[in-house]
Design a protein. Structure first.
Length: 239
């Protein structure tokens, strides 16, 4: 006689959730109970909106991925060891690296403060206890051009996946604003703000440039890069 269990244990829920997600990815139409995901989720992951997150294609063919992340541990003992940024058009996006204590410089105008970047923290195995918060940028570059259907006013979907010490992946999807060449906002060294405020994907106005605003001002990094390609002069701020 079969034994009916009124409730699955957390371990059993995690096991069946993995199987259900594999079947779902394989094309099987099924619904996964929300309580399975909620009870087994180790991380709450959020992607920040524009201008904190963006994808910028520079004139030289390099694509710069800047994704502002907020991670909250909902279970203890989580150790993040790796991450991947996965646009639909490029499977080979590489995480950016920088020397210890040195600001990240991805391209002219794309400079980021060391203390505000998560790349090196994850490379050194980012440990999170229950309730811990990790807030910062993920930075990466790719060489495959952004498809023409994406651009100003036409954001692209992006997947971000984190791998923990058990090789389990924690994924999130988000819409990211796409900038091309001279359309890009200038991004000087972005200093620590301590804020995580996703905003709507709208163009900056004069009011956005008031004191306290996180929107950078001045020539766009893509425009600066274009001038370099044409032999123009470009001077970066000392960071």
């Amino acid at each position: 006689m079969p034994i009916l269990k009124p409730r699955l244990t957390p371990r059993e829920q995690g096991k069946y959730l993995r199987v259900a997600e594999e079947l779902l990815e394989g094309g099987l139409a099924l619904e996964i109970p929300d309580e399975w995901r909620d009870s087994t989720r180790a991380l709450r992951i959020e992607i920040g909106g524009a201008p904190a997150s963006s994808i910028c294609q520079l004139a030289g063919g390099i694509v710069v991925y800047v994704v502002r992340m907020k991670l909250v541990a909902e279970r203890g003992g989580v150790i993040l060891e790796d991450f991947q940024i996965k646009p639909a058009w490029d499977p080979d996006v590489f995480a950016s690296v920088s020397q210890e204590g040195t600001n990240y410089r991805l391209a002219p105008g794309h400079h980021y403060d060391w203390s505000e970047v998560l790349n090196h923290r994850i490379e050194k195995r980012l440990r999170l206890r229950r309730g811990d918060l990790a807030d910062g940028w993920l930075l990466a570059t790719g060489t495959k051009p952004i498809p023409p259907e994406y651009g100003p006013g036409r954001p692209a979907m992006l997947e971000v996946a984190f791998s923990d010490q058990f090789s389990e992946q924690h994924k999130v999807m988000g819409e990211i604003v796409v900038e091309r060449s001279a359309k890009t906002l200038k991004s000087a060294v972005r200093r620590k703000s301590g804020l995580f405020d996703p905003v709507e994907l709208t163009a900056p106005t004069e009011g956005d440039k008031s004191e306290g605003s996180q929107l950078p001002t001045g020539r766009s990094p893509c425009e600066s890069f274009d001038r370099l390609k044409r032999g123009g002069k470009w001077t970066s701020e000392r960071c």
